[in-house]
Design a protein. Structure first.
Length: 450
């Protein structure tokens, strides 16, 4: 009996230590079994307490009265599948007649408390079927991406969602995106993860970094073009607009719409072209959009209008030509001038890290998900990398990108430098990747003379 007591104490102590120091290990070793039993045992009573049951059918009531049997209890949604994951449980429910997916979503917080889980989210799989994802611990506190993720053309994993699933940046589904974040909010780390995910793919990277290139130029070996000033950015964007026109001419010549051509073979964008004719897709990363929109003189105002016009044209027409925009900035508001709201309207994907003002949050989510505005401005300063991600559908999630140092991103870009395509239109903007010169302090004391 003593040996059993000692073993039990050691197991409980080990479980407590794992739950404190390694919550993922605790979940896989102990938590998933306990949570599954807790859900199965409490399911009917919890659903009844949360108002997620429906009265029994009339024929069952009539049968019970006719046979003098007890009145049937209210029926909760039927469990179709309970699947454990590395971060929680996935419960697939079949709704009863009269129930709606919004009933489950409205009761998510009560389900979280009742089942003693860290978080509960739900989504409709198809009519009448709802998937409830429950997380057993805070997966965003220490982000650990899964060892295997789904790979697809122009689709890269960049962060982890609060429900434990992977957040992907899919350029085929969401061509253009806006990423906002104050200083030290984790926006640069998110951008590095994006570049690291794109580096192994057959894609051309184009960067505009008006902070003298301190963010993007260390990754220059994987970039086909880089601009470090508004003047160079204006010329680079004009070159991209010219490339877009050339790609559209190529698509037009390859359409050949006749009665003999099947509908599926009619080219409408670069992905409908044969592999040997398909132009290389281009991802344009703008590190600080406000630097492109600010001006102090008449000459700078003309340059600013030229830049914003080119960005709007690329956002409106660039998708079919394989040109995708990643607009980043600390501040994004209508005071940046004309054309900014027009540009915002074309940026389907929205990601907001911690913001210092509500105006930027409204520019990010006010037109698609007003309830995400409050979540964006409530991100604590100590949780760098935490962000709110949404799109034009109105849905939004809390995400956090894994920490990627600048050295790790540089090593990845150097490893895949051979995949950097040479685009003739962008050849004047190809960054030089020679050896760095040694810096000499400007205030070096000269030896004293006698």
């Amino acid at each position: 009996m003593t040996a059993f007591t000692v073993a039990l104490v050691l197991v409980v102590a080990a479980a407590g230590l794992l739950r404190w120091r390694r919550p993922a290990w605790y979940w896989l070793a102990f938590g998933v079994t306990l949570a599954a039993l807790r859900v199965l045992v409490r399911y009917r009573s919890v659903m009844d307490a949360c108002g997620l049951t429906v009265p029994p059918a009339r024929w069952r009531l009539a049968l019970a009265r006719a046979t003098n049997q007890p009145i049937p209890e209210p029926r909760p949604p039927r469990i179709r599948r309970l699947r454990p994951t590395r971060t929680g449980l996935v419960l697939r429910l079949k709704l009863r007649p009269g129930q709606d997916v919004f009933d489950i979503a409205a009761a998510s917080d009560r389900l979280r408390h009742s089942f003693s889980m860290f978080g509960v989210t739900s989504r409709e799989v198809r009519s009448g079927v709802v998937e409830v994802r429950m997380t057993g611990y805070d997966v965003l506190k220490r982000v650990q991406m899964p060892a295997e993720t789904e790979t697809r053309a122009m689709r890269v994993p960049v962060a982890l969602r609060e429900d434990g699933s992977v957040h992907y940046r899919d350029y085929r589904a969401i061509p253009h995106a806006l990423t906002l974040g104050a200083t030290e909010s984790g926006k640069s780390v998110y951008q590095r993860n994006l570049v690291a995910g794109l580096a192994p793919l057959d894609v051309a990277l184009v960067g505009i970094d008006c902070k003298q290139g301190v963010e993007l130029f260390p990754l220059a070996r994987r970039f086909s073009a880089l601009a470090d000033s508004p003047d160079t950015a204006a010329e680079l964007l004009d070159a991209l607009v010219a490339r877009m026109a050339d790609v559209y001419r190529l698509i037009r010549t390859q359409q050949r719409i006749t009665v003999d051509v099947p509908d599926a073979e009619i080219a409408a964008d670069i992905w409908d072209l044969p592999d040997e004719l398909r132009p290389t897709p281009v991802v344009v990363l703008v590190d600080e959009v406000a630097e492109l929109a600010l001006y102090a003189t008449k000459e700078e105002e003309k340059r600013r209008d030229r830049i914003i016009t080119a960005l709007v044209r690329l956002a409106q027409l660039g998708r079919a030509a394989g040109i995708y925009l990643e607009i980043c900035g600390q501040r994004f508001g209508s005071e940046l001038g004309k054309g900014i709201t027009m540009l915002r309207a074309q940026l389907t994907g929205r990601t907001a890290h911690r913001l210092n003002d509500e105006t930027s949050a409204n520019m990010a989510f006010g037109d698609i998900a007003p309830d995400a505005v409050l979540a964006a401005i409530q991100i604590p300063a100590e949780l760098r990398g935490l962000a709110i991600a949404g799109d034009a559908s109105g849905g939004w999630h809390r995400i956090r990108a894994p920490h990627t140092s600048l050295r790790q991103a540089v090593n990845l870009c150097n490893r895949y430098a051979d995949r950097t395509p040479d685009l003739p239109e962008l050849a004047p903007f190809r960054p030089t990747t020679g050896t760095a010169t040694k810096l000499v302090p400007s205030a070096k004391a000269s030896p004293a003379t006698a």
